[in-house]
Design a protein around this ligand. Structure first.
Ligand code: FAD
Length: 465
């Protein structure tokens, strides 16, 4: 018999989906409460995007510190104090999570610690260890995110790691097996390879980094192999035996069973949506057979005052997609006509070279019946890339043949993660190859590669024959 607290909008989960939704809803005048059972910032800030990028950057710097004999630099005695690396990574995370808390408070969003559970279409209970509090809401945005999938034969432990375990290691492993070379596995594997770990990737599919074009994944494979990594594709991980100070992983490849020993095994075979322990069945929310919540273009579920965003709805499980949907849902609640349009959502793998894509790939455009014209330009023909001593990769623009409309683009190369924004903007704005070609890019910059790729699509490149 507790007294219910009444709010306009209840947001469940304070990851990049939930906290952005809460801030936008508050900006629009809603009285907002956000419930979080762990830490503000969700997976992304605490155990995902941010700490992984910090570790990746530290790895890059270790590699760079080893010198570049080809440009006349040698260094001696490069030492890694991994405890310090981890401390620094923790500081980066803390700055951001406390920043987000400050933003929520500054926007007058109530932050409640606890686990939310739905009672009916307007009621949720929030429980912590000691107590339970009922909330009555007009509208609700569910943003509970996802959790690493555990393979039954690879129970997570001190040696059998999920992504969080791999991010928080106290030492640089001598040997690491990575099961599943998607974004997360490839990124963390690369980071440790740069710290000197001998990494073996076991990937079930024919290629690593599914979703990226072969020409892009090839560049990654070549580079990571140079760091001493081993990539075994079409490999079925079968089981693991934990030894005193390591693991023995068995896998099957081409019908043959093999074993490999390592200090740790990282299992990154995907994530499952956190939708099964919310009481959604009591509200009658419709789900897909994979446990994702079905939503319309305003992120509204079949229950009209309940919205869902981020990793728990269909689409790429990415932080910026969660945040984008968060704004749409908050605006829809305020009666605005906002709708999702996924064409401009980029995807980036922070491996070496960085791989990025936005809009359609060439194959997707053709499947959709477009007659396409491709404009492709290599980093190796760009002055800035040469002076960075980092020339692997290309920018590829996919345009509609009849009028040059930009349908999408892919970038492999240094800074692809930042460069993809320009192509995203062009796709969003309905620009053509000519628009990109006519945009004056500062010299010498990597951005010129995008301009030149547009010139290639137009048939008038200056710096390539
Ligand atoms: P989450 O971030 O998962 O947040 C959900 C929150 O809800 C959690 O804090 C959880 O505790 C809380 N919660 C769950 N149930 C309840 C409940 N019942 N009551 C209260 N609270 C609850 N994406 C990128 O775009 N770029 C990257 O570089 C990138 N790198 C990644 C690296 C790693 C190692 C991992 C694991 C993921 C990475 N991602 C990246 C993916 C990204 O982290 C997710 O897509 C993103 O966090 C999803 O946001 P979300 O708001 O949907 O959910």
């Amino acid at each position: 018999g507790d007294f219910p607290i009444e709010v306009d909008t209840l947001v469940v989960g304070a990851g990049p989906g939930g906290y952005v939704a809460a801030i936008r809803a508050a900006q629009l005048g809603q009285k907002v409460t956000i419930v979080e059972k762990n830490a503000v910032g969700g997976v992304c800030l605490n155990v995902g995007c941010i700490p992984s990028k910090a570790l990746i950057e530290a790895g890059h710097r270790v590699e760079a510190a080893h010198g570049y004999e080809n440009i006349g630099l040698t260094t001696k005695d490069v030492k890694v104090d991994f405890t310090k690396v981890q401390e620094w990574k923790g500081q980066v995370v803390n700055k951001l999570t406390s920043g987000v808390e400050g933003l929520l408070k500054g926007n007058k969003v109530d932050i409640v610690r606890g686990e939310a559970y739905f009672v009916d279409q307007n009621t949720a209970k929030v429980m912590d260890e000691k107590s339970s509090q009922t909330y009555k809401f007009k509208d609700c945005i569910i943003a509970t995110g996802s959790t690493p999938i555990e393979i039954p034969t690879f129970k997570f432990s001190d040696r059998v790691l999920d992504s969080t375990g791999a991010l928080n290691l106290k030492e640089v492993p001598k040997k690491l097996v990575v099961i599943g070379a998607g974004y997360v596995g490839s990124e963390l594997g690369t980071a440790y390879a740069n710290f000197g770990t001998e990494v073996t990737f076991l990937e079930g599919a024919k290629d690593v980094l599914g979703g990226f074009e072969k020409q892009m994944t090839q560049l990654f494979k070549k580079r990571v192999k140079k760091k001493g990594a081993n990539i075994i594709t079409e490999a079925m991980a079968k089981g693991v035996e934990e030894t005193k100070d390591g693991v023995k992983v068995t896998y099957e490849v081409k019908g043959k069973e093999e074993t490999i020993e390592a200090d740790y095994v990282l299992v990154t075979v995907g994530r499952r949506p956190n939708t099964s322990e919310l009481g959604l069945e009591q509200v009658g929310i419709e789900m897909t057979d994979r446990g994702l919540i079905k939503v319309d273009k305003q992120c509204r579920t079949n229950v009209p005052n309940i919205y869902a965003i981020g990793d728990i709805v269909p689409g790429a499980p990415l932080a910026h997609k969660a945040s984008y949907e968060g704004k749409i849902a908050a605006e829809a609640i305020s009666g605005e006509k906002s709708e999702v349009d996924y064409i401009g959502i980029p995807a980036v793998a922070f491996v070496e070279p960085e791989l990025a894509t936005v809009g359609l790939t060439e194959a997707e455009a053709k499947e959709q019946g477009y007659d396409v014209k491709i404009g492709k330009f290599p980093f190796a023909a760009n002055g800035r890339a040469l002076s960075l001593d980092d020339t692997d990769g290309f920018v590829k623009l996919v345009t509609r043949k009849e009028d040059g409309l930009l349908l999408g683009g892919q970038i492999a190369g240094p800074n692809a993660s930042d460069m993809i924004s320009e192509i995203g903007l062009a796709v969003e704005a309905g620009m053509t190859a000519e628009d990109l070609a006519l945009t004056i890019h500062a010299h010498p910059t990597l951005g010129e590669i995008t301009m030149e790729a547009a010139e290639v699509a137009l048939g008038t490149p200056i710096h390539i024959l």
